[in-house]
Write a protein that binds this ligand. Structure first.
Ligand code: GLY
Length: 359
């Protein structure tokens, strides 16, 4: 697969990606290589990755606990301390080998350690390949509120090795698929339809579909790197998705909900709001809802859940002057930013979702 290049970073794929990575590392005369893993990628990905790395430079592994609950400033402190104890200097490089938590947190740690060292993302989950690792968003959660702390700073390279997906559980694959579905909904109806016709897809198609998603994301991020305008389109499904995810993360009585599982519900809810507020086609609302419900397990909401979920909306990063700004759709491929939705309509959207999973 050809590399995808922007002025600030390059995304390389598979075997050619390792050649480029090795060339980059050997060109830059780094003092030390630090590889950030979590407990899962340490076990499943590190050996394969190390076997491809051809660099005659001292290396150290730093491991963090796996899981969104560890995407915290406390974990960053642990990694900063490890870098410091292991004598990292400003010519050191951090390689983030993992899913979205590792790439977001590692990018943030690198961007702030000694006011910034270089870093490279090697995403190992589908979600990180098509979304988290591209576009330079780095950061951590504040309590259970998602991605409240962070900065935008791209590493020079992203290396996508799709063979890591072979070890990924189904639910994690589906979590990443939600971001790809989002790319279709905000940009390309045909792409959305290809993705939802899973019966026709094989694992061999996945590389091409990932490539297409990275291109969609890259084009948006290149036009608006600092999210002043069209980058907000990438937040479709995420205003309610993040609030649901945060609420489930903090509620002991709720089962774990992956990011993409929450975003999938968020997309149904926000399509409903789009139909009510922007005349989004009711037929498309029905077919998108059906497609999403075919892929994802139903999420059960109780009456007592809605008020705290709506409360979480106030932390959304797109909010301005006290308004909760949604990205909604006028049509598939035509997002509209800065839309306001009254709470009663949000509650109606939940009722729509609840009815859809019961039918
Ligand atoms: N994940 C959304 C963005 O990178 O803007």
């Amino acid at each position: 697969m050809n590399s995808i290049e922007t002025e600030t970073y390059k995304v390389h794929f598979n075997s050619k990606g390792y050649e480029e990575l090795n060339r980059y590392i050997n060109k830059h005369n780094f003092s030390k290589i630090f590889i950030l893993v979590d407990t899962n990628t340490h076990e499943h990905c590190l050996t394969a990755f190390m076997s491809q790395l051809k660099a005659n430079i001292a290396m150290e592994i730093i491991e963090i606990d796996a899981g969104e609950q560890h995407k915290t400033i406390e974990t960053c402190v642990g990694v900063w301390n490890a870098l410091s104890d292991l004598n990292a200097d400003r010519k050191s490089i951090l390689l983030n080998l993992g899913g979205g938590v590792v790439t977001d947190l590692g990018g943030f740690v690198a961007s702030t350690f000694k006011r910034g060292i270089k870093y490279i993302n090697i995403p190992t989950s589908l979600l990180a390949m098509v979304d988290a690792s591209v576009g330079g968003k780095t950061g951590v959660d504040l309590g259970t509120v998602k991605n409240q702390i962070g900065i935008i700073n791209s590493g020079d390279i992203v290396l996508i090795d799709t063979s890591f997906l072979d070890t990924l559980p189904q639910n994690q694959l589906k979590s990443g698929l939600a971001e790809m579905l989002k790319h279709g909904l905000i940009k390309d109806k045909a792409y959305f339809e290809t993705l939802t016709d899973l019966s026709k897809l094989t694992l061999n198609d996945l590389d091409d579909l990932i490539y297409e998603s990275v291109i969609i994301k890259k084009n948006i991020v290149t036009e608006d790197p600092n999210e002043l305008g069209i980058r907000k389109h990438l937040n479709f499904g995420h205003t309610l998705g993040h609030a649901i995810e945060s609420y489930f993360l903090e509620s002991e009585h709720k089962e774990e909900l992956l990011h993409g599982e929450a975003v999938a519900v968020g997309m149904v809810l926000e399509c409903y709001l789009s139909a009510e507020l922007l005349n989004f086609s009711k037929d498309d609302l029905e077919s998108i809802t059906k497609a999403i419900n075919m892929i994802y397990k139903p999420v059960i909401f109780e009456d007592k859940d809605y008020a705290p979920i709506i409360e979480f909306l106030k932390f959304d990063k797109k909010n301005e002057h006290g308004n909760i700004n949604f990205v909604l759709l006028e049509a598939i491929g035509q997002p509209k930013i800065d839309c306001l939705a009254p709470n009663e309509l949000i509650l109606e959207a939940f009722q729509f979702y609840n009815n859809s999973i019961n039918n």
